[in-house]
Ligand binder design. Sequence first.
Ligand code: GTQ
Length: 353
Amino acid sequence: MDGSTARTPNESRALLQALYAEMQPHSLFPLWEVLASLVTPTPRSAARSHRWSYGQARDYLLRAGDLISAEQAERRVLILENPGLAGSSAVIPSLYAGLQLILPGEVAPCHRHTQCALRFVMEGDGAFTAVDGEKAVMRPFDLVLTPNWQWHDHGNASGQPMIWLDGLDIPTVRFYEASFAERLDAPAHSESIPAGDSLARYGRNLRPMRGSTTDRRPARQPLFHYPHAEWRASLLALAAAEPPDPHLGHAMEFTNPADGGPIMPTIAAHVRHLPAGFETRPRQSTDGTILVVVEGHGTAQVGGQDYRLEERDVLVVPSWQPLTLAAGSRMLLFGYSDRAAQEKLGLFREARS
Ligand code: GTQ
């Protein structure tokens, strides 16, 4: 018997509702009620675009600096939480951003975790991050990595506060439920290797000969310091040689010298140059991106929202929201995103108009 044709639509609806109610206690649900919201034709992000004014965040961070030490806090950081992702500590669904302060004489104790991290220096000069006992002395707008499961501590022997932006894959690791972390018994790792050693060994298109006893760093992540002086010179040389890409301006990605790919397995990072007066064409991409203004000022439009951008401001651009940037003066920007993970998963897409 064909039961469905014998019923009115209202009867069918009521029977379905009764069926759902019976199934629910057994953790069973009808896909057809939710399919359209699960498999969307284009990305739907709960994340919102947002700009953090650096000056405002800095004031709050310095006030926290008066009230809690880096040692007490383990990491003294203000989280840049996306206003559309309340309670998640995430800046986009897959990534985290925070502003970390280390005052003169302080140490953020040594630990390691399965989350990988990048640091982008916002201000201060001469504090350090040590990775597996090797210090990288940090200068403004340097990029420093702490690849996953490597011991790291931070310290500041300079006379000024240092503030940097932390970019971690905390939400990605949470999604995979793969977080492990431990503290070292000592506050700092023994300093077995001279500061800057990895940069000299692996950062100049050279490496200790494979198989030699001096090939020391983990093979897959040999380099963890990308100084501002170096990336800026490369970017400006590119800018002097060619007109900008209409959608990106002049843009260069930081690479892992081991394989030429992104800097870490989950996070990609890049820098951009926009000539004064240049306006990019709109571009969408699936990788939610965090941008930092390094030099200059301008405006951004993200999915129809307008933002003014000043030096050191931080802007988050969620997945698939069209972005245009307009440079009021020559602009240099740093950005990081989850493109590295998305490319491995075959998910990354962009659209240019
Ligand atoms: O410096 O290791 O912003 O473990 C969040 C978690 C920084 C760090 C953060 C961390 C760190």
